[in-house]
Design a protein around this ligand. Structure first.
Ligand SMILES: [Fe+2]
Length: 408
């Protein structure tokens, strides 16, 4: 399919913003400044962004409500949460839903918030059966460890082997790190250094226990940090030294973690991050910086800069179109809600859209359904309403999932 988005503000990346058409042909961006194929007139009311990237999620865990420490207390490390989760009522309830449907819930959580690409932090053998059946892109190209401590969940083939594999294949090596305060949890960087695994392939999630020296070593190594502020504050009432990490020049991305601890979606996580930063430091974290943390920064950390994260001719046409709220496009992103999404495109294929873009949803080869999303009519790939009904049947009551506000 060939089409163009016209009469809109186009955010190519955090420093280049145009008011020109953008043309899509097949899976890729074909031209900027030219109209080709079907024109979609956005009537000077919309902003076109690169689709968002959620660098840290656990799709199977995108169920609600959250599971956390007893009121007024916080955890020492993630393992206490893991025990609480596995003995919780919500965990029992979740077990009624098939793994495939759990994965679909996680995928739609992301899709409805403008995300086209996700990293699902689970071993390949666990998520592989589901990835082809999801409405968004969940990356397969990664090596991993669950965490770096003697009590971690032993995912993958061990830090040394997984990291070597990442180097050989040009993939990221992704791990939770220093998610807690006991002595061992604070040794994450030492373990990575001892195993020769701290380099530009390393993508380090949480990093709550980092010392100033750790930050310096991460910067020097060219490793990447993933900030999950809502999850950290919910579990530990503290997060990483984000201002020092940013000032050191480390490449930082924002991830949601699962909804069992994090925000309900990436848009809420962005707002939470900004508000927490203001509380912690008494200053603003610019919307432009936050935009980078869910587009070009995670593309770099995932070693996908050549295909996603910005709008460029030849890259994947992963596109998010939002109704303009503020004059500044980055402030619009920080204010937008699910119903403000006019169009979401994954590698050229429209996967969510309003009637303004309905001409793109006529093709017969994809299965689309019509939904009411917070009272607004949308066309979406797949059948999330049937998914929600299946979940309700399995759990035996009309379950509400805040990231999927569908009526019907
Ligand atoms: Fe996580």
């Amino acid at each position: 399919m060939e089409y163009s988005l016209t009469k809109a503000t186009v955010v190519l990346n955090s420093t280049h913003i145009l008011h020109q058409p953008i043309a899509i042909k097949g899976k890729r961006i074909a031209a900027v400044g030219k109209v080709e194929g079907i024109p979609i007139d956005l009537q000077n009311e919309c902003i076109v962004y690169p689709a968002l990237i959620n660098i840290h999620d656990h799709l199977r865990g995108d169920y609600l409500p959250r599971v956390g420490p007893p009121e007024g207390t916080f955890y020492l490390n993630w393992s206490e949460w893991d025990k609480d989760l596995k003995t919780s009522r919500v965990f029992q309830e979740r077990a009624n839903i098939s793994l495939m449907d759990s994965y679909l819930l996680g995928a739609y959580k992301n899709l409805f918030s403008g995300v086209c690409t996700v990293n699902d932090h689970f071993p390949h053998e666990f998520n592989e059966p589901f990835l082809d059946k999801l409405p968004i892109r969940v990356i397969r190209e990664y090596a991993l460890a669950h965490e770096c401590s003697s009590f971690d969940l032993k995912w993958g083939d061990g830090i040394v082997t997984e990291h070597r594999r990442a180097l050989k294949r040009g993939h990221p090596f992704i791990t939770h790190l220093e998610e807690g305060f006991d002595e061992e949890s604070q040794q994450g960087i030492e373990i990575l250094l001892e195993t020769g695994s701290l380099d530009e392939h390393a993508v380090l999630i949480h990093c709550i226990g980092f010392s100033d020296e750790d930050i310096r070593r991460v910067r020097k190594a060219g490793a990447h940090v993933v900030w999950c502020p809502a999850s950290n504050m919910f579990m530990f009432n503290v997060t990483c030294k984000i201002r020092k990490i940013l000032r050191a020049g480390v490449n930082v991305s924002i991830g949601t973690d699962s909804t069992h601890t994090g925000s309900i979606n990436l848009l809420e996580e962005l707002r939470y991050a900004r508000s927490l930063y203001r509380t912690m430091y008494g200053e603003d974290l610019p919307a432009r910086t936050l935009f980078e943390m869910v587009t070009q920064n995670p593309a770099k950390a995932l070693r996908r800069e050549d295909s996603i994260g910005t709008l460029e001719i030849g890259k994947w046409a992963d596109i998010l179109v939002v109704k303009q709220i503020e004059e500044d496009p980055f402030e619009t992103l920080l204010k937008m809600n699910l119903e403000d999404i006019e169009l979401l495109v994954l590698a050229g294929i429209p996967i969510l859209g309003s009637d303004r873009c309905i001409a793109l949803f006529q093709k017969k080869e994809k299965d689309y359904t019509s939904i009411a999303l917070k009272g607004c009519k949308r066309t979406v790939i797949g059948d999330p309403m049937a998914l929600l009904q299946r979940v309700r049947e399995k759990v035996g009551y009309p379950k509400v999932l805040d990231y999927m506000p569908l009526q019907g």
